[in-house]
Write a protein that binds this ligand. Structure first.
Ligand code: E4P
Length: 214
């Protein structure tokens, strides 16, 4: 499970639980934090010992490649996110030959996912919630991608992204997505259950009666 945020407090809180093994960011998430890219990456790499996705914003393949190599030089854990389009694919191909890790992002179809794997993407991120938003079944895309990647033994890993609620995470795990990247809010929703809270209160109250009596 990865955390989908650029907020360092959320990253620290989630990481301390011991269940998060990486972080994904995007330009919108980084912009919300109002820090320089260098500062944000420095903070996150100091906490997270695992893949950290940071998106390239260049539009032409040579510029995407140059930006990706600069981002990757910040830290060995950096994975460069690249949107799936013609220029992006060209860049992913070159970067995979140069051993720069990539996360092909904004994937909304199995055809895009197939092309990304053929170009040598390390990770591919289907945006589940944004497909659900337009009345399609985002998790169906994840299932079809997994089937295709397994048919041809692609090493590319599927990151279920744009996760909106705990049910998304449960289904992603059930169908065998390699990774789900989740907002901090969804992580807390996964953990909390009213019956657990009530159960703890009752156990403590009953135990207090025994301790009071002795
Ligand atoms: C994925 O890597 C993206 O950062 C993210 O999951 C997008 O989610 P959103 O659709 O909630 O913005």
């Amino acid at each position: 499970m990865f955390l989908d945020t650029a907020n360092i407090e959320e990253i620290k809180a989630a990481y301390s639980l011991g269940v998060i093994s990486g972080v994904t960011t995007n330009p919108s998430l980084l912009a919300k934090e109002g820090k320089s890219l260098d500062a944000a990456i420095r903070e996150i790499t100091a906490v997270v010992d695992g893949p950290i996705s940071v998106e390239a914003v260049s539009q032409e393949a040579p510029a995407i490649i140059a930006e990706a190599e600069k981002l990757a030089s910040f830290h060995p854990n950096i994975v460069v996110k690249i949107p799936v389009n013609a220029e992006g694919l060209k860049a992913v191909k070159v970067l995979s030959e140069r051993k720069v890790k990539t996360n092909v992002t904004l994937v909304f179809s199995v055809n895009q996912a197939l092309l990304a794997a053929l170009a040598g993407a390390t990770y591919v991120s289907p945006f589940v919630g944004r497909l659900d938003d337009i009345g399609q079944d985002g998790m169906q895309l994840v299932a079809e991608m997994l089937e295709i990647y397994r048919n041809y033994s692609f090493p590319t890993q599927v990151i279920a992204a744009s996760i909106r609620h705990p049910l998304h995470v449960a289904i992603a795990a059930k169908i065998g997505a390699d990774i789900a990247t989740i907002p901090y809010k969804v992580l807390t929703q996964m953990l909390n259950h009213p019956l657990t809270t009530l159960g703890i209160e009752k156990f403590l109250a009953d135990w207090a009666k025994v301790s009071d009596a002795s």
